[in-house]
Design a protein around this ligand. Structure first.
Ligand code: GLY
Length: 413
């Protein structure tokens, strides 16, 4: 495999000093303070711990989404891309406990987080999916950062090696799925169709971390090349995004842009747009290349232009009335707060306030809920093999907790 030239390293530190000019200070309204206080309410932690202290009915399975009413989780095996988010949520609470006093101690939270995380360790060898970043990083990176655990660093480097097996030099991308199908199309031949989804931007963090840990620039170089290719082919001229691009693995040429979980091939699936915001902000964090900051900002502007009275529907172009996707909200908000941290300002505070207020007012579960939020949507594509809409979802909660932690880091809550 040929490796692209090294990128600029090490990454830019997250700015600790905020540029609190009059304009940014004015963004901190009474409403903002009330919304952010609610985001950090301990009831969110109680919901996570309620599930964390229950044994799954089938051993070695992990919470994914809820049934109607958000009172019971559906569990999946560790090879599912969502499996790392639950231990990641407990680790997000550990991170919070390292910054402020919580009703449960840091040490106890670490014990619970490690119990859930242990079932994920084998996924470091998984070469069948691009989602290994989602599976590994929410837990193992936090364990490393918060406790200095050396074995976690080894897991991250090993997982990055697994991800590199999916690299195609002709295209300049990592392969997302080997094959895929819906009721109206299928791709079953890896040799003729190379599938890349916008979500893949979120797995690049793993590669940058592996370069920092190992000193080997090859992981970061591939991550940056993947981001450059995605910038070229996944973002439409109006800054909306395609979900799935199919490439020719031999010539490297783009064949077609499709949807797999959105309303239509030409529509904008709101979670895909959110992954793009967060993913490009992350690549900017590590590379300092302004074209990635510019992309993240353009994607954010598009996202916000499609928000309706604070609500984010599952696809911005789906006919109304339709269901929300609170996971798109929390992912986008965490990405916007990351942009604030990287720029050292509070540029997106009004947007984050608006969006999180809608979650707080309209999507918190009641006391029987096992998720923090309701009204997320895994996949509502009418031709999907498995449609699941309007429910609790483990990664809507994970990014909700991450938003809270970023608010603490920014001194806002
Ligand atoms: N990464 C798949 C999804 O967002 O549903």
């Amino acid at each position: 495999m040929q490796i692209s030239p090294s990128v600029d390293f090490p990454p830019q530190d997250i700015k600790s000093e905020l540029d609190c000019t009059d304009t940014t200070q004015k963004a901190i309204t009474e409403e903002t303070k009330a919304v952010f206080k609610a985001v950090l309410d301990h009831s969110a932690m109680e919901k996570i711990l309620k599930v964390a202290n229950q044994e799954p009915a089938v051993p070695d399975t992990f919470p994914h989404y809820t049934n109607f009413g958000a009172t019971e989780y559906v569990y999946e095996f560790s090879k599912r891309w969502t499996s790392g988010f639950f231990s990641g949520s407990v680790w997000a609470l550990c991170e919070r406990a390292s910054k402020r006093e919580l009703p449960v101690s840091f040490e106890n939270l670490v014990k619970i987080a490690r119990k859930w995380q242990s079932g994920m360790e084998k996924e470091q060898y998984n070469t069948e999916t691009h989602d290994i970043g989602f599976m590994i990083m929410p837990s193992f990176q936090r364990d490393l950062d918060l406790t200095g655990s050396k074995p976690c660093g080894d897991v991250i480097i090993r997982a990055a090696e697994s991800l590199l097996t999916r690299w195609n030099e002709a295209i300049g991308c990592l392969r997302s799925w080997n094959t895929t199908s819906t009721k109206i199309y299928e791709f079953t031949n890896k040799d003729t169709d190379f599938l890349v989804i916008i979500d893949n931007m979120m797995n690049l963090d793993l590669l940058y971390s592996a370069t920092l840990l190992s000193g080997d620039p090859k992981y970061a170089a591939i991550a940056t090349k993947h981001a450059e290719t995605t910038l070229k082919y996944h973002i439409r001229p109006d800054n909306s995004t395609y979900h799935l691009i199919v490439y020719d693995p031999v010539t490297g040429k783009r064949k077609v842009g499709l949807t797999h979980q959105g309303y239509d091939h030409g529509s904008t699936w709101s979670r895909g747009q959110a992954w793009a915001i967060y993913g490009f902000a992350t690549v900017y964090k590590y590379t300092k290349d302004p074209k990635f900051l510019d992309a993240a900002k353009r994607l954010t502007e598009y996202f916000m232009s499609r928000v309706e009275n604070g609500a984010v529907y599952w696809d911005f172009d789906a006919p109304r009335p339709c269901v929300w996707d609170t996971s798109a909200v929390t992912i986008a908000c965490s990405g916007m707060l990351l942009l604030c941290q990287l720029q050292g300002n509070l540029e997106y505070l009004p947007q984050v306030t608006l969006l999180m207020k809608t979650c707080i007012d309209g999507a918190l579960t009641n006391e029987d809920g096992v998720t923090i939020l309701d009204h997320a949507t895994v996949n509502n594509y009418e031709h999907a093999n498995h449609r699941i809409a309007d429910h609790g979802l483990v990664y809507a909660d994970y990014y909700f907790l991450e938003v809270g932690n970023r608010l603490i880091d920014l001194g806002l809550a």
